[in-house]
Structures are given as C-alpha cells and as structure tokens.
Ligand binder design. Structure first.
Ligand code: ADP
Length: 262
C-alpha cells in the first residue's frame, strides 16, 4: 500500500495553466475517483502520478519520497482502450508482466522462477475470470475480456499504485457492471491504492472511498489559459455523504442503492 502526496502542484504547458495549487494527501489504500469536465486536467493528474509528467511547480511524492525520473512498475496503469499485446496469449501477456517486473533488461525468466511466475499468472488470470481463456490471443477476446486481461497484466507488476484511466468507458453497461464487481474485491484483497479517472459519476461514487472533482474555479474570458483547474470538491465516501451539488446527490443515492451489486 502506498500514500501519495501532492504539495502545491502546478502544471503549465507553454503559457497555459492546466492545474494550479493542488494539495492532496491520499492515504495508502484509498480508492480515489477523479471526475471533472473534459480538458480539466484529469489525464495530466494521472500522468503526474505515472511519472510521465513533471510538475512545473511543487512536488508529487510516493510514500514521502519523490518519484524516480521515469515511470516504473510501482505504478500500473489501465487505459480505456486495451493495452495488451496482440501477439501474446492471455497467459503470455500476464507472464510478461512478471518477467518485466523481475528481469527489467531481458524480460525473460527461466527454470523454477519461470514456473513460479506461470503459477502466479494463472492465479491472477483465474482471479479476473479468464481461466478458461488462458491460451487465447486478444483478438479472440471480447472488449470486457481484454480489459480484464489489461487489469491482470497491470497487477502482475505488483504496482504500489494502480491507475485507471476511464478503464470501463468503452464497455457496454452489463460488462461494465461485471468489471465493477471484479475491481472492488481485487482492490480490497490486494490492499492497493487506486486512482481512477472516470466520466461516469455513478461509477465514481460506487467504487471509490474518496472522490475529488477537478475544475476551473476561476475563468478569465479574455485569457482562458490564465487559470488552471483546482480540486473543487473533496469527498470522503466512507462517511455518509449528502452532497449539495446538482446531480451529485442523486448519483450518491443511486450508488448507495447499487452497493449490493458493486
Ligand atoms: P482531461 O483529461 O481532463 O480531459 P487533460 O489533462 O487531457 O484533460 O488536458 C488538460 C489541458 O491540458 C487541455 O487543455 C489540453 O489541451 C492540455 N494539454 C494536455 N497535455 C498537453 C501537452 N502535452 N502539451 C500541451 N497541452 C497539453
């Protein structure tokens, strides 16, 4: 489990302020949902955690220490579009996660360590419900199955933080509900810190223990690039939430009704 800290973080591209004055302490084991309008900087926020982006000002810390200079296996990411390797089977894809985690240079394991990695991969494949499909290639899997595989692959690297970038956005509602039912127990069992960007408010409330909104609090019509997005709401969903903002109260109520399913 790992804690994340944002200390007075600003991101600017050229003259455009994208994020301003982000101060957050995200406790280890949190399931954080990040919502906000398009262009508010949600992907930028994720890229900061991934290490693909550096703050223009301020610091992002993992367990109190600055991130290494490059994205590492301590942060796994699942994108909306499937990011699995088409030329590898289900087992091959997950196994590669283990190989990359332990053998950074060669990405190959041999003998007993390979057998152990295969066993762990098979357990993970079973956990995401793909046991019967271990020898199939991604082209033979449905969208939901490919997304399960992407999650298993990300988890194989044993990330300290799992980043989900609209991971279920491309799935139909039924498959999406199945993915919700999958991810919540995985998060609990593996005791991960999860940061999920989503457009789906119901999903955001249904899965998370904490929810933040990123939005521009100030606008200058003459110079739209002048102000960036800030954290405009920060909700602890482990408490009984009643949120007095349009749309959110209903979403909270809807997700409460759904907790049995999620
Ligand atoms: P969201 O994920 O909330 O839709 P993004 O983080 O993708 O928002 O983008 C926020 C803003 O930052 C947008 O105005 C986008 O054009 C700008 N932006 C994102 N990445 C870059 C980049 N690499 N260079 C310049 N501008 C960027």
């Amino acid at each position: 489990m790992s804690a994340l800290s944002f200390r007075n973080v600003w991101v600017e591209y050229g003259g455009q302020v994208v994020l301003e004055r982000i101060n957050l302490e995200i406790a280890s084991g949190t399931f954080l949902s990040v919502v906000g309008p398009s262009g508010a900087g949600k992907s930028t926020f994720l890229r900061l955690i991934l290490g693909q982006e550096r703050p223009s000002i301020g610091r992002v810390l993992l367990d109190g220490a600055p991130f290494p200079a490059e994205p590492g296996p301590d942060r796994g990411i699942v994108f909306q579009r499937y990011s699995v390797f088409p030329h590898l089977t289900v087992l091959g894809n997950v196994l590669l996660g283990y190989e990359l985690e332990s053998e950074r240079l060669t990405a190959r394991l041999f003998g007993a360590s390979r057998r152990a990695a295969i066993e762990k991969s098979l357990a993970l494949i079973e956990a995401v419900g793909l046991g019967e499909h271990r020898d199939k290639y991604p082209s033979a899997l449905s969208g939901g199955m490919q997304q399960r595989l992407a999650i298993a692959q990300a988890l194989a690297k044993r990330p300290r933080v799992l980043l989900l970038d609209e991971p279920f956005g491309a799935l139909d509602p039924g498959t999406r509900a199945q993915m919700h039912a999958l991810i919540k127990p995985l998060w609990r069992d593996l005791k991960m810190t999860v940061v999920m960007v989503t457009h789906d408010i119901k999903e955001a409330f249904g899965l998370a223990t904490r929810l933040i909104t990123l939005d521009r609090a100030r606008r200058d019509p003459q110079a739209p690039e002048r102000f960036g997005a800030k954290v405009t709401y920060d909700l602890d969903l482990t408490r009984n939430v009643s949120v007095p903002i349009l749309g959110f109260r209903q979403a909270a109520a809807a997700s409460e009704n759904k907790t049995g399913v999620l």
